[in-house]
Every structure is written in structure tokens, then in C-alpha cells.
Design a protein around this ligand. Sequence first.
Ligand SMILES: NC(=O)c1ccc[n+]([C@@H]2O[C@H](COP(=O)([O-])OP(=O)(O)OC[C@H]3O[C@@H](n4cnc5c(N)ncnc54)[C@H](O)[C@@H]3O)[C@@H](O)[C@H]2O)c1
Length: 318
Amino acid sequence: MDPKNVKKVGVIGLGKMGADWVANFLEAGFEVVGFDASSEMFERSKKQVAGDLMWLRKARHADDASFDVDACLAKYKIAETEDAFISELQSSQIFLEAIFEDIELKCNMLQNFTPKLPDGIVLWSNTSSLSVLTMAEACGKPGIFVGTHGMNPVHQMPAVEVVRHKKISEEALQFTVDVLKLMGKKPFVATDVSGFWVNKHLMPFMFEAYRALERGEITVADGDWGFKGSLGHPQGVFKLSDFIGMDTMYRVGMAMYLATQDPRLYPPLIVMRMIGRNELGVKTGKGFYEWDGFKIVKERDFSGLQIKDSNKMFAIKE
Ligand SMILES: NC(=O)c1ccc[n+]([C@@H]2O[C@H](COP(=O)([O-])OP(=O)(O)OC[C@H]3O[C@@H](n4cnc5c(N)ncnc54)[C@H](O)[C@@H]3O)[C@@H](O)[C@H]2O)c1
């Protein structure tokens, strides 16, 4: 396992995180082959990857005339069938999964793919909370399975949480850290507990902010400014949530609640309400804010959610 031998990476799941990872791999000079269960994501991921690369060119390669977005994009291939993907994976050195945060789905997918992967490939998972050991065991090759929790948006955030589980080989862990550093990332090693280091602390914090909004203690924009202007967070909880997606917030919160039984992690009612109305955030144009692409149009007013009079709530009609 030599990080310098990495030439090609396979990515399964081309949603928000998968596509951001693709851009980072291309930026590092790797070839990438992507696959998604939904063919809708083929074109959408290409658009997102192109946008990410343009951001990277401006932010990190402004003085580097050799960095060419089109040349990077030419190295990105989409496999339109599972067979085509498996065939491309034979010449890949890393397989990254970024499918939905669902342990059964991830384990089934890994059981299907791992026996068809070439020797020497290292498996990465972008899970944000699930047991990496469970996935490692499900794939049948626990030593080479590594949690690599990239933060949203992956191409912009330097940290990657590299999750050490009980059956990981030191070689695979070191290889992963080295490849990430080669890509310009700043990885750190975390323990395989529910939510690892970042989400273990971030999820209760975010859900507490949602509950405060439900209680009418704060508005969306003031809540975000409070964290940004006081604590230096790059964006507040509500804007971040709109980028993450309310469906993902639900999946991550529920998985962590089921793993820990910590009531703070049970998704607040507002999460279910918003999912029920397809208010998932940026991806559906409406979340805590209204969006035009990646631009905020306006904050939304959630004051209607509050129960303002407990007497009325319990009043029995005569
Ligand atoms: N969104 C975030 O902010 C964030 C941050 C860190 C980590 N993560 C983690 O990254 C992973 C992906 O999250 P996301 O936000 O990109 O989700 P997403 O919903 O944007 O994308 C997931 C993609 O996986 C595809 N998919 C689902 N099942 C599949 C299968 N069996 N085979 C192939 N493709 C399949 C879906 O079609 C979809 O395009 C999750 O594990 C999530 O917890 C998300």
C-alpha cells in the first residue's frame, strides 16, 4: 500500500458528499469512476463536480496555470451499470462509499461489491455516524476498511475524520492518512463510537438549536448570526443544516439515537415536518431558508410552529 501508487478511485453514491469527494480526487490528479443507483445523479453529479472544481481553481489554484478544470473533468467517468463499475474498479486503488446513511443498505452494498474488488484496494466510507466496525465486518475484509468522514462541503473543509475501529490494519490506516495528506487534507484519527468525534458533539448541539426555534426563542437568521458572529462558526446551525439536507439530518440523528438511546439525538418534530413537506434545504430550494441554487433568498418564519397557550392546548370543548 503505497499512497504514491494511487491513480484511480471508485466512488459509489454521487449525491452531495460523493460528488464533492470526486472533485477533491480529481484535483489531486486521480482518475475517478463514479456510480449511483439513481441514474438522475449522473448528470447532476457532473454539474456539481464542475462547480466544485471551479471553486477550487479560484480558492487554491489561482496562481497555478497548470490547473485546468476541463482536464480534471476529462478524468471523471460515470459507470452507467453495476457491471461497468465493477470492471472499472479492477484498476482502482481506493473504493469510497457515500451512499445513504443506513447501516443495512451500506452493509448489503458492501457484501455485494467487496468480493468483486481487486486485491490491494482499500475501502473508505464517508459515514458520519454509523459503526465502522459493523461495516468492516460485513464486507468480509475488516483490515482494509476505513472510516473517512469528510465534512460538508468536502472540497472546502480541510479536516477528515479517519475512524480507527478494532479490526483495522495499521497499514490501511496509515495509507489512508498519507493519501489524504497527499490530497492536501488535514486528517485526524477518531474512535469508532457513534458519531465519532465531530457528530457526537455537533448533532445534540444542532438539534438543541432546532428545539429553541420550535419554542420561539430565536429566529433563523439571528440564530445563525449568533454562532457566526460570537463563536466564529463559518455558518450557523440553520444554514449548515440546509446544506446537509434535512433527510440526512434525520438519518444521522436517528442512527445515533438508536445506537446510544441518548434522547438529545432523537430528531425534533420540526425535522419530520420539514421532510414531510419536502423542505430538505438547498437540494429542494427550501429549508430553514429559501434558496435560489446556493444563494439564500430569505429566511423563513417558523413562529407559527409554537404552542403559545398551554390552556388552549388542553382545553376541553364544552
Ligand atoms: N450531507 C452531509 O452534510 C454529510 C456530511 C458528512 C457525511 N455525510 C455522509 O455521507 C453519506 C452520503 O450522504 P449525502 O448527504 O451525500 O447523501 P445524498 O442523499 O446526497 O446522496 C446519497 C446517494 O447515494 C445513492 N445511493 C443510495 N443507495 C445506493 C446504493 N445501494 N448504490 C448506489 N448508490 C446508492 C443515492 O441515489 C444518492 O444519490 C452518508 O453516509 C452521510 O451520512 C453526509
